[in-house]
Ligand binder design. Structure first.
Ligand code: SAM
Length: 491
């Protein structure tokens, strides 16, 4: 086994500041052709939204391109979650500025959270930007582009009470034909004091379950094998005929009694497409119910993995963050999950250096990690975001070297636990859905097991999209290595 293969395979769902470009490889230099080049940054919701944008624009004659120089329209679907994410976008705009100088037809637009947060300020500050569109206004893109073509700069950052894009079939981008996202909720009502999402994506609303199932069935017909249900807080999903989650209490008794919650939706998805693997992200601990855990256990095709951000192990900090649960309640939830699904993998998001975080609070986070022993996680230094409660009311008082050191400590501990978790698979058989050729060797496949760990093994005669039983023979903290035994019964 090559040593290179032992290096980390990247998890496709990680939050990072990198961009991914979507589109096909064809292109031409005809600047009058409508060619869209779109880059997405940040969380999976943004990647999913870009597919809605591409669908809206394809109805207006746009085709997508992977070649920047062929584009007549460049769109950046942006993230505001941390300051660094916004800096990355501003740097990227410098690059586009150079291209724009040589292509007078080229238009540049900013979509997503940064568009929503900065609104017209973006147009004032970034002279290159022609178009600013918030997450709930993508259906207005054709009108806005018309304005831009007449020489205006255009902006729509209105947030909506009911927009869920349920009537739009996403135009799948950069797809392997195997994995797809389906958005089930938009917005967030949690008001965590560190988080900009409620301001950039608006209030929480759920999508009509019928349109979710139709999208799932359509993916099934097209041969997709794995679907991830997406939302800022999927467990809070609640369909009662449309409208904001916060208005549920005001609705009629009949609508209340026929409402569909997340466990029911999950069950509908699992039963409608029993051959498709179902994942979901993100779960907020306060909303995760025992029914969801039972449904996960009941259906083979629902994957054994829960992404359960905790942010801190200290009750004092959880309270200051306005997380709606204590450390003890979180641990109780983990115990319930493990009681029902003993081999369920759990991953985390943790923030270090939140205002007021003492050395003792930090130790409590390390201690919680020791208790749970997460399979993997995404760890961040606190980044003060304008307009949030933390920015308005709390002092960003943990100095940068301390944040850096604490981050280092939790990352190291996580690596240790990840290795403990991957070692548990040694000499066992796991079912892997093949997704792509391994980045480290053309001779190996890369896929994931149900617990969301990357598995790499020699290709033999298997193909992308096959479910294969793989015997695990070696591992790193992030990757399992093995060899295929046979097709799994799921094919
Ligand atoms: N809705 C999920 C939740 O909070 O349970 C995740 C939302 S957010 C898109 C992903 C992660 O980014 C959060 O879980 C948090 O760890 C991190 N994050 C959010 N705001 C942050 C901030 N101001 N500074 C550092 N990290 C932040």
């Amino acid at each position: 086994m090559s040593n290179d293969l032992k290096k980390l395979e990247r998890n496709p769902y990680q939050y990072n500041g990198e961009f991914t470009l979507f589109g096909n490889k064809q292109g031409s230099n005809n600047s009058l052709e409508k060619k869209l080049y779109i880059e997405s940054y940040g969380c999976a919701m943004n990647f999913s939204d870009s597919e809605i944008v591409a669908a809206v624009l394809s109805k207006n004659g746009y085709t997508t391109t992977e070649k920047l120089e062929d584009a007549s329209l460049i769109l950046l679907n942006t993230c505001s979650i941390r300051e660094k994410a916004e800096q990355t976008i501003r740097k990227r705009l410098e690059k586009f500025n150079k291209i724009k100088r040589t292509n007078k037809f080229l238009k540049v637009g900013i979509l997503g959270c940064m568009a929503e947060r900065l609104k017209s300020k973006l147009i004032e500050e970034e002279k290159i930007v022609d178009l600013v569109v918030g997450p709930d206004a993508y259906k207005d893109l054709p009108n806005l582009i018309n304005e831009v073509e007449k020489g205006q700069r255009a902006i729509n950052v209105l947030l909506s009470k009911d927009e869920t894009y349920s009537d739009i079939t996403p135009h799948r981008l950069n797809t392997n034909g195997i994995n797809a996202f389906i958005s089930i909720t938009r917005g967030c009502d949690n008001m965590c004091t560190f988080c900009v999402v409620p301001f950039t994506r608006g209030r929480e609303r759920s999508r009509d379950p019928q349109s979710i199932i139709e999208e799932l069935n359509d993916l099934g017909e097209k041969g997709y094998k794995e679907v991830t249900l997406l939302g800022q807080n999927v467990d809070s999903y609640l369909w009662y005929g449309g409208g904001l989650k916060k208005d549920f209490n005001k609705t009629s008794e009949i609508k209340k009694s026929t409402a569909i919650n997340f466990s029911k939706l999950l069950e509908l998805c699992a039963t409608n497409q029993p051959k498709i693997r179902i994942r979901f992200s993100t779960s907020n601990p306060q909303d995760m119910s025992l029914n969801v855990i039972r449904v996960m256990n009941k259906y083979e095709n629902i994957c054994n993995h829960i992404h359960l951000p905790v942010q801190s192990g200290s009750n004092k900090i959880l309270k200051a963050m306005n997380r709606q649960h204590s450390r003890e309640e979180y641990v109780e939830l983990i115990n319930k999950i493990k009681d029902v699904i003993p081999n369920c993998s759990i991953s985390q998001d943790i923030i270090v250096g939140f205002p007021g975080e003492s050395e003792e609070d930090h130790k409590e986070t390390l201690d919680l990690m020791e208790t749970v022993k997460y399979s993997f996680g995404y760890m961040f230094k606190y980044s003060e975001r304008p307009g949030t409660v933390a920015q308005r009311k709390l002092m960003d008082d943990v100095d940068e070297p301390t944040k850096k050191r604490r981050l280092q400590e939790i990352v190291e501990l996580q690596q240790k636990h990840s290795l403990t978790r991957t070692k548990e698979f040694l000499n066992k058989e796991v079912e892997v859905l093949i997704e792509k050729t391994s980045k480290k060797s053309k001779l190996y496949w890369s896929g994931r097991n149900k617990e969301n760990t990357v598995v790499v093994f020699p290709k033999e005669n298997y193909n992308v999209g096959d479910f294969v039983n793989v015997k695990i023979t070696d591992c790193t903290s992030a990757t399992l290595l093995g060899s295929a035994i046979e097709y799994s019964k799921n094919n």
